[in-house]
Ligand binder design. Structure first.
Ligand code: HEC
Ligand code: HEC
Length: 203
């Protein structure tokens, strides 16, 4: 665990030195494009069929992370049949526009420091990237605050069993027990942050 954290922190420092460059999209165009997406992501109780977990909240998520996630589904590096179907026909420009729109929704746009929930000790290793209050410190890393509890569990288990591959998180998730996963999911889902963006609330 110590070595994994060390490597991870080294990766973080180099990422911080080189500022993340990504093309910022047009949020207005993104709003129109995201309409079909909100047919699932805009409904709080909407679930992935099997295994069953709620679809992730996207309102207020970091733009560069959204771009990476959507491109991952589109290009097949992140496997999910439904999301592949949704992303397959999007151009780079459309992906950037959708990300720009979603990133400005919700309250997760506030900088770290606004939560009254105490950071618990176990999350100390996660803070370097996901922030003091679960609001990530870089546009390239996902905010976890306010994400659905069962989605966080599903995501961490995907890293643990290798169905979702990403060098940093695979290393971070590998040593976690089932109990750790439940504790993290409970903790982050209860922080204020991401929101379910609904089409009718979109202005
Ligand atoms: C039919 C329902 C459905 C529709 C429509 C849909 N999604 Fe998804 N989306 C899902 C599910 C289920 C997941 C979780 C997949 C997983 O576990 O990787 C997901 C995951 C995502 C994620 C990953 C979030 C994260 O935190 O990693 C992004 C980003 C995303 N969707 C964007 C979109 C966009 C953009 C559209 C429209 C072009 C869209 N989705 C349309 C069901 C849907
Ligand atoms: C070195 C930086 C770093 C550290 C430390 C880190 N993460 Fe991550 N985390 C990331 C990155 C980058 C991603 C996105 C990876 C991808 O594209 O799949 C991510 C993704 C996630 C996701 C999926 C989010 C989503 O929307 O799908 C969860 C859950 C998560 N991390 C939890 C944790 C927990 C819990 C810890 C502490 C045990 C932790 N992370 C430590 C960088 C980090």
């Amino acid at each position: 665990m110590k070595t994994a954290v060390h490597t991870a922190i080294l990766l973080v420092s180099s990422a911080l030195i080189a500022p993340i460059a990504f093309a910022e999209g047009d949020a207005e165009r993104g709003e129109a494009l995201a309409y079909t997406c909100l047919g699932c992501h805009g409904i709080d109780g909407y679930r992935n069929a099997y295994p069953s977990y709620r679809v992730p909240r996207l309102g207020g998520q970091k733009a560069a992370y959204l771009i990476a996630a959507i491109n991952g589904y589109r290009d097949g590096t992140r496997e999910h049949a439904t999301m592949h179907g949704q992303a397959a026909s999007l151009s780079d420009e459309q992906v950037a526009d959708i990300a720009a729109y979603l990133a400005t929704r919700g309250t997760a746009t506030v900088e770290a420091g606004g939560s009254d929930v105490e950071t618990f000790e176990k999350a100390a290793t996660c803070v370097a990237c996901h922030g003091q209050n679960g609001i990530s410190v870089s546009p390239a890393w996902p905010t976890l605050a306010g994400q659905h509890e069962d989605y966080i569990i599903a995501a961490l288990n995907q890293y643990r069993d290798g169905t979702r591959k990403e060098p940093v998180m695979s290393q971070m998730a590998a040593p976690l027990s089932d109990e750790d996963v439940r504790v993290f999911a409970r903790y982050y889902s209860r922080l204020k942050g991401l929101e379910t963006t609904q089409p009718e609330k979109a202005d």
